[in-house]
Design a protein around this ligand. Sequence first.
Ligand code: GLU
Length: 525
Amino acid sequence: MRNGLSKDLIARVLGGAPKYTLDELESKFPPRQLPEGTLVTRFAPSPTGYMHLGNLYSALIDYKLANQSNGVFLLRIEDTDTKREIKEAVDIVINSLAKFGIKNDNDLSDYGPYYQSQRKDIYHSVVAYLLERGLAYPCFLSQEEMDSIREKQSAAGMATGIYGEFARDRDISEEDIIKHLDNGETPTIRLYSMGNPENRIYFKDFVRGSISVPENNEDIVLIKSTDRLPTYHFAHLVDDHFMRITHVVRGEEYFGTVALHIQMFRMMGWQLPNYIHTATLDKIDEETGKQRKMSKRKDPENNVAFFLEQGWPTGAVIEYLGNILAPGYEEAKLKGQVKSFWDYELRPKKIPASGSLFDMKKLEWWSKEYIATLPVDVLVKNVVDWANEYGDDNNKKQISDVDYLTSVLSIERDNPKRIRKDFITWQQTLAEVAYFWDFLFVPNKEYEYNKDVLKEFADTFNGADDKDTWWNKIVEIANKFGVKPGDVAMNLRVAMTGRTNTPDLYSLMHVLGGKRVLDRINMVL
Ligand code: GLU
């Protein structure tokens, strides 16, 4: 340990006296009075303007763990990188979460503010405590000095960073601090690390099990000199403690610094949160066929906006992510034990530790199944909402007559055992049924129609015929022209829709209505 700084010097070093003592913070943000087994989690994105699928995956774990234990789920905005446009980026996060049904409890919880940029007083109060005890120190190394240290270290094949003998200001005297300050310099505040990488720290990660990692000896930056805001490491320590977070869910990229985080929690005498370091989401590369990490640059589906823009049912995306997280979920669902992922208990220990595969083909399956469970009015509402927000002009015309759209989407939805499963996204649903609208209908000019049959059908057609009468007429026409009833039906199908594969022909002709039916036959003739 080094000598602590005087209160006056701390105020000079931090650009102002700290607002709180540690005891004051403890009573301002007291331990939560929650029953045993209740989890408090947080989703802590840095607002970059881009919400990736891994973010959604993390947020889902946080939300689910809190929710199923009647706990608390917080959204914390890690906006200490002030160079970025914050407001719009935060809106993207909040809107995306809302669309996927993930609600935070920030308003119900008195542990804010939840924007790190508004918590400077809290960070400074904690760092003042460390400075006073010689557990942190002001460091006046310039960028050039640090660069040259790094170069020397690399040349000598040593670990790079500010540690041990390289931490020039580790034991800086009060006089020297004052000299630098008088000179107009603003220091970074560094941790006075007493770790030794030859020793190991043991801890339990929920996903990785019991683990040991070498101790940290780096004097990492706690408070930056540029804006006096905290680094991730320090902010995470302070926030997860004073928000009384019980479980920290974060990507495996943070696993490398967990030794540092444990060191700091111990140094403060604070209880360590439970860590859940999740595996990043992989995909199968289209070209190589090999499993690889998702990439922001190459994979459109790495962006949550992709699913919203294409109208993937957010409920289906959640179901599929849920199944990746809890591999037993699909079976429980197929057996009818649970209705949705929200009813299924997620066990933190079962969350996969590596190679979680996100496969668009599998998502299609979840999506088809999901849409098949929706009552028609819900299906229609989703399609309409999607078209209003993301659809093109044609989509908007398709939804302008909601009654017609409803009859179109009602086809093959009345028998719960035989619901059509060809709808995948809201966008694709509208494309799939496009032929119901004359301005989108593309007549099939290649098909070799039996025009006699079609003419006979038109001559005897009565839009009021029930299904049996309609079919009997088809059989009669078939007999008269020496073809099979199926051939008559196929001629009609192609004339009506341009396609050889459609849902129930009678229903679709019924929905098209007498005028369209005759127009389309006449178009062929
Ligand atoms: N802001 C960090 C990120 O977006 C948060 C990591 C954490 O959850 O602790 O990666």
